[in-house]
Write a protein that binds this ligand. Structure first.
Ligand code: PEP
Length: 256
Protein backbone atom coordinates (compact mmCIF):
# COMPACT_ATOMS: atom_id res chain seq x y z
CA UNK A 1 0.00 0.00 0.00
CA UNK A 2 1.26 3.48 -0.89
CA UNK A 3 1.65 5.79 2.06
CA UNK A 4 2.37 9.49 1.58
CA UNK A 5 5.54 10.54 3.37
CA UNK A 6 5.14 13.00 6.23
CA UNK A 7 7.92 15.15 7.67
CA UNK A 8 7.13 17.09 10.84
CA UNK A 9 9.37 19.57 12.63
CA UNK A 10 9.06 19.67 16.41
CA UNK A 11 10.60 22.91 17.62
CA UNK A 12 10.09 21.99 21.29
CA UNK A 13 10.64 25.03 23.59
CA UNK A 14 12.57 27.03 21.02
CA UNK A 15 11.95 30.31 19.20
CA UNK A 16 9.94 33.35 20.11
CA UNK A 17 7.30 34.46 17.64
CA UNK A 18 9.78 36.99 16.25
CA UNK A 19 12.50 34.36 15.82
CA UNK A 20 9.99 32.03 14.20
CA UNK A 21 9.16 34.64 11.59
CA UNK A 22 12.60 34.62 9.98
CA UNK A 23 12.84 30.83 9.92
CA UNK A 24 9.38 30.31 8.48
CA UNK A 25 9.87 32.91 5.76
CA UNK A 26 13.02 31.02 4.67
CA UNK A 27 11.20 27.69 4.84
CA UNK A 28 8.33 28.97 2.74
CA UNK A 29 10.71 30.15 0.06
CA UNK A 30 12.61 26.84 0.10
CA UNK A 31 9.91 24.22 0.50
CA UNK A 32 6.73 26.20 -0.06
CA UNK A 33 6.09 24.37 -3.31
CA UNK A 34 6.37 20.84 -1.91
CA UNK A 35 3.75 18.61 -3.54
CA UNK A 36 4.23 14.95 -2.81
CA UNK A 37 5.15 15.08 0.86
CA UNK A 38 3.12 16.23 3.86
CA UNK A 39 5.12 18.83 5.77
CA UNK A 40 4.17 19.99 9.26
CA UNK A 41 5.71 22.61 11.54
CA UNK A 42 5.06 22.37 15.28
CA UNK A 43 6.23 25.56 16.99
CA UNK A 44 5.60 26.39 20.65
CA UNK A 45 2.06 27.62 21.44
CA UNK A 46 3.24 31.23 21.54
CA UNK A 47 4.40 31.14 17.91
CA UNK A 48 1.43 29.23 16.46
CA UNK A 49 -0.40 32.34 15.37
CA UNK A 50 2.64 33.87 13.64
CA UNK A 51 3.68 30.64 11.94
CA UNK A 52 0.09 29.91 10.90
CA UNK A 53 -0.19 33.32 9.25
CA UNK A 54 3.07 32.88 7.34
CA UNK A 55 2.30 29.41 6.01
CA UNK A 56 -1.29 30.19 5.12
CA UNK A 57 -1.89 29.33 1.48
CA UNK A 58 1.22 27.10 1.29
CA UNK A 59 1.23 23.29 1.48
CA UNK A 60 3.00 23.47 4.87
CA UNK A 61 0.64 22.61 7.73
CA UNK A 62 0.58 23.78 11.32
CA UNK A 63 0.81 21.47 14.31
CA UNK A 64 0.99 21.86 18.09
CA UNK A 65 3.23 19.94 20.48
CA UNK A 66 0.66 19.07 23.12
CA UNK A 67 -2.90 19.76 24.30
CA UNK A 68 -5.22 18.95 27.18
CA UNK A 69 -8.00 16.38 26.89
CA UNK A 70 -10.70 18.58 28.42
CA UNK A 71 -12.63 21.00 26.25
CA UNK A 72 -12.36 23.92 28.68
CA UNK A 73 -12.43 24.82 32.34
CA UNK A 74 -10.24 25.24 35.38
CA UNK A 75 -6.99 23.78 34.03
CA UNK A 76 -4.51 26.59 34.52
CA UNK A 77 -1.77 26.64 31.95
CA UNK A 78 -3.42 24.17 29.60
CA UNK A 79 -4.63 24.48 26.00
CA UNK A 80 -7.59 22.68 24.45
CA UNK A 81 -7.98 21.04 21.05
CA UNK A 82 -10.53 23.66 20.01
CA UNK A 83 -8.09 26.44 20.85
CA UNK A 84 -5.53 24.81 18.57
CA UNK A 85 -8.09 24.38 15.81
CA UNK A 86 -9.03 28.03 16.11
CA UNK A 87 -5.40 28.95 15.46
CA UNK A 88 -5.35 26.88 12.30
CA UNK A 89 -3.64 23.76 13.66
CA UNK A 90 -4.24 20.62 11.71
CA UNK A 91 -1.94 18.31 13.66
CA UNK A 92 -1.02 17.78 17.28
CA UNK A 93 1.86 15.76 18.73
CA UNK A 94 0.69 13.56 21.61
CA UNK A 95 2.72 11.64 24.17
CA UNK A 96 6.16 12.87 23.17
CA UNK A 97 8.78 11.19 25.35
CA UNK A 98 9.79 14.53 26.86
CA UNK A 99 6.19 14.97 28.03
CA UNK A 100 6.25 11.47 29.47
CA UNK A 101 9.69 11.92 31.04
CA UNK A 102 9.45 15.44 32.51
CA UNK A 103 5.72 16.02 32.92
CA UNK A 104 4.49 12.64 34.05
CA UNK A 105 2.35 11.88 30.99
CA UNK A 106 0.99 8.37 30.94
CA UNK A 107 -0.55 6.16 28.27
CA UNK A 108 -3.88 6.74 29.99
CA UNK A 109 -3.54 10.51 29.60
CA UNK A 110 -2.41 10.15 25.98
CA UNK A 111 -5.44 7.93 25.37
CA UNK A 112 -7.75 10.72 26.58
CA UNK A 113 -5.89 13.31 24.52
CA UNK A 114 -6.16 11.10 21.46
CA UNK A 115 -9.92 10.94 21.82
CA UNK A 116 -10.23 14.68 22.37
CA UNK A 117 -7.97 15.48 19.42
CA UNK A 118 -9.89 13.23 17.04
CA UNK A 119 -13.23 14.56 18.23
CA UNK A 120 -12.01 18.09 17.53
CA UNK A 121 -10.85 17.09 14.05
CA UNK A 122 -7.13 17.34 14.72
CA UNK A 123 -4.76 14.81 13.21
CA UNK A 124 -2.75 13.32 16.08
CA UNK A 125 0.90 12.32 15.83
CA UNK A 126 1.13 9.74 18.60
CA UNK A 127 4.63 9.09 19.95
CA UNK A 128 5.90 5.82 21.37
CA UNK A 129 9.39 4.58 22.11
CA UNK A 130 11.63 2.71 24.49
CA UNK A 131 14.43 4.01 26.72
CA UNK A 132 18.03 2.85 26.45
CA UNK A 133 17.62 0.81 29.63
CA UNK A 134 14.61 -0.94 28.15
CA UNK A 135 16.39 -1.64 24.87
CA UNK A 136 19.39 -3.04 26.70
CA UNK A 137 17.11 -5.19 28.83
CA UNK A 138 15.63 -6.48 25.54
CA UNK A 139 12.10 -5.43 26.47
CA UNK A 140 11.58 -3.01 23.57
CA UNK A 141 8.71 -5.00 22.06
CA UNK A 142 6.92 -5.42 25.38
CA UNK A 143 7.27 -1.70 26.17
CA UNK A 144 5.96 -0.68 22.76
CA UNK A 145 3.11 -3.11 22.79
CA UNK A 146 2.05 -1.89 26.26
CA UNK A 147 2.24 1.73 25.11
CA UNK A 148 0.19 1.01 22.00
CA UNK A 149 -2.45 -0.96 23.88
CA UNK A 150 -2.69 1.81 26.50
CA UNK A 151 -2.84 4.69 24.07
CA UNK A 152 -5.38 3.04 21.74
CA UNK A 153 -7.51 1.51 24.50
CA UNK A 154 -11.25 1.50 23.81
CA UNK A 155 -10.98 2.85 20.29
CA UNK A 156 -12.80 1.36 17.35
CA UNK A 157 -10.94 1.36 14.07
CA UNK A 158 -13.53 3.68 12.47
CA UNK A 159 -12.71 6.32 15.07
CA UNK A 160 -9.02 6.46 14.28
CA UNK A 161 -9.11 8.29 10.97
CA UNK A 162 -5.73 9.40 9.75
CA UNK A 163 -3.80 9.00 12.99
CA UNK A 164 -0.04 9.14 12.55
CA UNK A 165 2.34 7.21 14.72
CA UNK A 166 5.88 8.30 15.55
CA UNK A 167 8.38 5.73 16.72
CA UNK A 168 10.95 7.61 18.72
CA UNK A 169 13.50 5.55 20.63
CA UNK A 170 14.19 7.75 23.64
CA UNK A 171 17.92 7.00 23.44
CA UNK A 172 18.06 8.55 19.98
CA UNK A 173 16.28 11.82 20.77
CA UNK A 174 18.61 14.80 20.84
CA UNK A 175 21.59 12.53 21.45
CA UNK A 176 23.02 12.36 17.96
CA UNK A 177 22.53 8.58 18.12
CA UNK A 178 20.17 7.40 15.41
CA UNK A 179 18.63 3.98 15.24
CA UNK A 180 20.01 2.30 12.15
CA UNK A 181 17.47 2.20 9.32
CA UNK A 182 17.25 -1.57 9.81
CA UNK A 183 16.70 -1.24 13.58
CA UNK A 184 13.99 1.36 13.03
CA UNK A 185 12.32 -0.58 10.22
CA UNK A 186 12.19 -3.71 12.35
CA UNK A 187 10.35 -1.82 15.08
CA UNK A 188 8.02 -0.17 12.56
CA UNK A 189 7.10 -3.61 11.25
CA UNK A 190 6.48 -4.77 14.78
CA UNK A 191 4.25 -1.75 15.52
CA UNK A 192 2.28 -2.33 12.32
CA UNK A 193 1.80 -5.95 13.33
CA UNK A 194 0.57 -5.10 16.85
CA UNK A 195 -1.85 -2.49 15.52
CA UNK A 196 -2.99 -4.90 12.85
CA UNK A 197 -3.92 -7.33 15.61
CA UNK A 198 -5.55 -4.62 17.75
CA UNK A 199 -7.55 -3.19 14.85
CA UNK A 200 -7.39 -4.54 11.32
CA UNK A 201 -4.40 -5.49 9.17
CA UNK A 202 -5.84 -3.29 6.41
CA UNK A 203 -5.94 -0.21 8.63
CA UNK A 204 -2.46 -0.93 9.96
CA UNK A 205 -1.14 -1.22 6.39
CA UNK A 206 -2.38 2.29 5.66
CA UNK A 207 -1.06 3.78 8.92
CA UNK A 208 1.85 6.16 8.51
CA UNK A 209 4.68 5.57 10.96
CA UNK A 210 7.32 8.25 11.28
CA UNK A 211 10.76 7.67 12.72
CA UNK A 212 12.14 10.23 15.17
CA UNK A 213 15.52 10.47 16.84
CA UNK A 214 18.41 12.61 15.55
CA UNK A 215 17.12 12.68 11.99
CA UNK A 216 19.39 14.82 9.80
CA UNK A 217 19.89 15.47 6.10
CA UNK A 218 22.72 12.91 6.25
CA UNK A 219 20.59 10.00 7.45
CA UNK A 220 17.10 10.68 6.11
CA UNK A 221 17.67 9.00 2.75
CA UNK A 222 18.57 5.63 4.23
CA UNK A 223 15.71 5.82 6.71
CA UNK A 224 13.12 6.57 4.02
CA UNK A 225 14.51 3.80 1.84
CA UNK A 226 12.88 1.38 4.29
CA UNK A 227 9.35 0.64 3.13
CA UNK A 228 7.95 0.67 6.65
CA UNK A 229 9.31 4.14 7.45
CA UNK A 230 6.82 6.72 6.24
CA UNK A 231 8.49 9.94 7.27
CA UNK A 232 10.21 11.60 10.16
CA UNK A 233 9.54 13.61 13.28
CA UNK A 234 12.48 15.99 13.39
CA UNK A 235 13.60 17.88 16.50
CA UNK A 236 16.98 19.64 16.43
CA UNK A 237 17.33 19.68 12.65
CA UNK A 238 13.98 21.46 12.25
CA UNK A 239 15.31 24.60 13.95
CA UNK A 240 17.30 25.69 10.92
CA UNK A 241 16.02 26.30 7.46
CA UNK A 242 18.94 24.54 5.72
CA UNK A 243 18.77 21.09 7.32
CA UNK A 244 14.98 20.96 7.51
CA UNK A 245 14.58 22.05 3.88
CA UNK A 246 17.13 19.40 2.84
CA UNK A 247 15.26 16.69 4.74
CA UNK A 248 12.01 17.71 3.06
CA UNK A 249 13.71 17.81 -0.35
CA UNK A 250 14.95 14.23 0.08
CA UNK A 251 11.47 13.08 1.11
CA UNK A 252 9.98 14.84 -1.90
CA UNK A 253 12.49 13.13 -4.16
CA UNK A 254 11.81 9.73 -2.59
CA UNK A 255 8.06 10.14 -2.52
CA UNK A 256 6.10 6.99 -3.08
C1 PEP B 1 11.91 14.91 18.66
O1 PEP B 1 11.87 15.89 19.35
O2 PEP B 1 10.85 14.34 18.41
C2 PEP B 1 13.19 14.45 18.14
C3 PEP B 1 13.24 13.34 17.46
O3 PEP B 1 14.31 15.21 18.40
P1 PEP B 1 15.76 15.13 17.68
O4 PEP B 1 15.50 15.10 16.20
O5 PEP B 1 16.45 16.39 18.11
O6 PEP B 1 16.42 13.91 18.16
Amino acid sequence: MKRKLIIAGNWKMNKTALEAEGLVKDLVSNIGSVQKTDVVICPPFTALETVGRLIDGTPIALGAQNMHWEEKGAFTGEISADMLKALGCRYVILGHSERRQYFGETDEGVNKKLRAALEAGLQPIVCVGETLKEREARVTEKVLSDQLKGVFRNFAVEELGDVILAYEPVWAIGTGRTASPQQAAQVHRFIRGILGDLFTPHWAQGLRIQYGGSVKPENIRNLLAEVNIDGALVGGASLDNGPFARIVAVAEEMSR
